[in-house]
Design a protein around this ligand. Structure first.
Ligand code: PAF
Length: 283
């Protein structure tokens, strides 16, 4: 029977648990999450276990990264099944602060993000988002002081923002991205997939198919204009409202118009029914 991980809910409890884990020079891996865990999160835990000796998973639905019009109130909260998954995976410690611990009375400091956070992708549609993410992840890094932290590539711009923040602020954490885990039909795993109606769920894999088709056309030598327009048409024809479908430099996130200018990443955000989905692939 796997042992239930230690659960810390206050900073003194977290520090005490970390002292125990750090004994004998263990390296600490952190997997930050908002709970509602799926196989994508478990794959991050597995990667963390391969790279570090003790793994901490944080579960905190961070209010500051949601706009008032967004789904903070209805975001899935599945504590029991999260703990079961993390127990099964053999995680060492769960850091589960509440909002008063993370943002105590009078909290007044925020990390301001630039560079990849202003690439005109997610930031165009969710201007509040990266400030909230950077502030909470900055706090998680200083609270846990991990050697390494693991983020999914599905939130590709977030991965770049957090990587840059850790570097810019000398946080001493090596940020590592992990390949997106997909359902059998190609849909990227996401805690928000539970919002999809059965019809929308059946349509959702079109996003991945459109990106794959576009990547194939770019590799075959089609112009960016033609290939991207073809991909966008596939997505809208399936019934999505498109926020963006973009070809960007995989590192700088600068717009790309030629395969010669460096590694290309296709990034998409689109809405179907009540659900907004994001995804991306390398070309
Ligand atoms: O990707 C997420 O789940 C969240 O944005 C993160 C990184 C845990 C910060 O709240």
């Amino acid at each position: 029977m796997p042992r239930t991980p230690i659960v810390a809910r206050t900073l003194p409890a977290l520090r005490k648990a970390l002292e125990g884990l750090r004994a004998r020079k263990a390296t600490i891996g952190l997997v930050p999450t908002m709970g509602a865990l799926h196989d994508g999160h478990v794959s991050l835990v597995r990667l963390a276990q391969r790279r570090t000796s003790k793994v901490v998973v944080s579960i905190f639905v961070n209010p500051t990264q949601f706009a008032p019009t967004e789904d903070f109130g209805s975001y899935p909260r599945t504590w029991k099944s999260d703990v079961a998954k993390l127990t099964e995976a053999g995680v060492d410690l769960i850091w589960n602060p509440d909002a008063k611990v993370m943002y105590p009375e009078g909290f007044a400091t925020k990390i301001t993000t630039g560079g990849p956070a202003t690439a005109d992708l997610e930031d165009r549609f969710r201007p509040h988002f990266f400030g909230g993410v950077a502030t909470v992840v900055g706090k998680l890094f200083t609270q846990v002081r991990p050697d390494m932290a693991f983020f999914g590539e599905k939130d590709y711009q977030q991965l770049k923002v957090v990587t840059r923040m850790a570097r810019d602020l000398d946080l001493g954490v090596k940020v590592t991205g992990a390949t997106t885990v997909r359902e059998r039909d190609g849909l990227a795993m996401s805690s928000r997939n539970v919002y999809l109606s059965p019809e929308d769920r059946a349509t959702a894999p079109v996003l991945y198919r459109a990106m794959k088709e576009t990547a194939k056309r770019l590799k075959a030598g089609d112009s960016f204009e033609t290939a991207m327009a073809g991909g966008a048409a596939m997505i809208t024809a399936a019934g999505f409202a498109l926020d963006y479908f973009e070809a960007r430099h995989a590192e700088s996130l600068a717009p790309m118009t030629s395969m010669k200018d460096g590694p290309v990443r296709l990034l998409v955000a689109a809405r179907i029914g009540k659900t907004r989905l994001i995804d991306n692939i390398g070309v």
